[in-house]
Design a protein around this ligand. Structure first.
Ligand SMILES: [Zn+2]
Length: 135
């Protein structure tokens, strides 16, 4: 399975999956997956909401969705990013702040849902890259 890059076009704002650098499917701008830093995300398998995508937000901007047991990489410039995840009525999330720096450019995160009695809550935890599924 090829690595999936989740890109947001800086020109038109379209969020799309890519496997390599190439043109935006909407406006044709060149989207380079070779960025200095990246966030890798893996959604752990879980049976609640298995059929629906979890919506991803980075610094408040929508970044598409992640499906059950899906993994993707978001190439990004260095900076500070706040990750937020929503699914249906579940909007509770631990909203981690991720600092991408030259010393720490590649951050791997696993996402799962903790089922609560009143409300489910998303938990995003940083993991060692070696524990990510191999693609
Ligand atoms: Zn575009």
């Amino acid at each position: 399975m090829a690595k999936i890059f989740r890109m947001k076009c800086p020109g038109c704002g379209t969020v799309q999956n890519m496997t390599a650098t190439g043109p935006c499917k909407k406006c044709g701008a060149l989207l380079a997956v070779e960025q200095p830093a990246a966030i890798a995300l893996y959604r752990m398998g879980n049976f609640m909401g298995a059929g629906s995508g979890f919506g991803l937000y980075l610094n408040g901007e929508p970044y598409g969705a992640i499906g059950n047991r899906e993994s993707l990489v978001i190439p990004l410039p260095y900076g500070q990013y706040k990750l937020h995840i929503v699914c249906g009525l579940s909007r509770k999330c631990n909203d981690p702040i991720i600092d991408l720096t030259p010393e720490d450019p590649y951050v791997c995160l696993k996402v799962h849902m903790n089922m609560g009695f009143f409300q489910n809550k998303f938990v995003i935890e940083r993991v060692d890259p070696s524990t990510m599924p191999q693609t």
